[in-house]
Design a binder for this molecule. Structure first.
Ligand code: FES
Length: 157
């Protein structure tokens, strides 16, 4: 399976090239573009990016695998990220996680068979004041309750 930037991402890549003196500096924004395009970063995409940035696939892998927000295996269309750090934990994130697991019939770290949902446990989402916090793709759900989760899952199903 070959990978190449979509037309839109190619345009963004070309713009970024004019802004940075070193191609290495384009690695993180390029990885984001790949993830937004494919929902994950495949080995083929890493090889493609390595060629575009005149570096090695191992260099790309070492950066992509360092950050937990980059997905190195396919994930569901909706990635439900449940914060497991202190404030959220004290405000019931474990119960929220169990509720989501029961609703979807999968455990954290797994995806539904139809690849619609993935549950991921993450560290602090930076929204401790509105704990417990859940993030679905790029959207934050604050002061999360099982009822709110049910409503959202029903809409997304
Ligand atoms: S501890 Fe959950 S958002 Fe900070």
């Amino acid at each position: 399976m070959n990978f190449e930037f979509s037309e839109e991402n190619e345009q963004k890549f070309q713009e970024l090239l004019t802004k940075y003196p070193k191609k290495d500096s384009l690695m993180l924004p390029s990885l984001w573009m790949i993830q937004h395009q494919e929902s994950w970063i495949s080995p083929e995409a890493m090889e493609y990016l390595a060629k575009r940035l005149d570096t090695s696939p191992m260099n790309i892998y070492s950066v992509a695998s360092f950050y937990t927000m980059f997905h190195l295996k396919p994930i569901g269309k909706y990635n439900i990220q449940v914060c497991k750090t202190l404030s959220c934990m004290l405000r019931g994130s474990e119960d929220i996680k169990k509720h989501i697991e029961n609703r979807l019939g999968i455990k954290a770290g797994e995806s539904t068979k139809d690849m619609k949902f993935t549950i991921t446990e993450v560290e602090c989402l930076g929204s401790c004041g509105t704990a417990p916090c859940v993030c679905i793709n790029d959207d934050y759900i604050q002061n999360t309750t099982p009822a709110i989760i049910d409503e959202i899952i029903n809409e997304l199903k």
